[in-house]
Design a protein around this ligand. Structure first.
Ligand code: MN3
Length: 215
């Protein structure tokens, strides 16, 4: 058999999968409660993955693309599934990042390269204040982000719904989920309290890894 007849594994039509959490549902207590983590990961993120795969079933040629590629080229996605890819592909990419940038061993002051990036915003306290403020002011549901822009700069922004920074050509270095499903069981309407507590579980090692990946 000639080499070119060997099926290309990269083009294999594999479905997107819900990634396993790297820690137990209860591992981020008391900052994020176990029930929230279980519903958030299994049900919410699970549904984004199921719905993304269902959309791609209508255009199997897109199944070999990574979710990041799909979002980055959203305008070229067929119109009949574009909104589904935006919402569910965004939800899948956003949450995959989210679980990994949290850790039961997280928190504390930033170290490594990310500490230098944060200093560009006037230091850690000012950085947190702006990041949290963007989250508090996001009306309805969405995310607050540190992104690395296509112009090579760092910026603090927020997005609505499950819109991913990839859609705008930006790389999501870190982000926090401000949908009510992320905090309501424990914090009810107190989104600001959730945003403050979240820094106790931030995984700076993973964020430093992402920072390198985005460059
Ligand atoms: Mn969520």
């Amino acid at each position: 058999m000639a080499l070119r007849d060997v099926p290309n594994p990269v083009a294999a039509q594999t479905a997107h999968e819900l990634p396993a959490l790297r820690y137990d549902f209860a591992a981020l207590e008391p900052n994020i409660d176990a029930q929230t983590m279980q519903i958030h990961h299994d049900k919410h993120h699970g549904a984004y993955v199921t719905n993304l795969n269902a959309a791609l079933d209508k255009h199997p040629d897109l199944k070999s693309k990574s979710v990041e590629d799909l979002l980055h080229s959203l305008n070229s996605i067929p119109e009949d599934i574009r909104t589904a890819v935006r919402n569910n592909g965004g939800g899948h990419a956003n949450h995959t990042m989210f679980w990994n940038i949290m850790s039961p061993k997280g928190g504390g002051t930033p170290t490594g390269e990310i500490a230098q990036v944060i200093n560009q915003f006037g230091g850690f306290e000012q950085f947190k204040e702006k990041f949290n403020d963007n989250g508090v002011k996001r009306f309805g549901s969405g995310w607050t982000w540190l992104v690395h822009t296509s112009a090579g700069k760092f910026d603090l922004v927020s997005t609505a719904n499950q819109d991913s920074p990839y859609i705008d050509g930006n790389f999501p270095v870190m982000g926090n989920d401000v949908w009510e499903h992320a905090y309501y069981l424990k914090y009810q309407n107190r989104r600001a309290d959730y945003l403050k507590a979240w820094w106790n579980v931030v995984n700076w090692d993973e964020i430093n890894r992402r920072l390198k990946q985005g460059r």
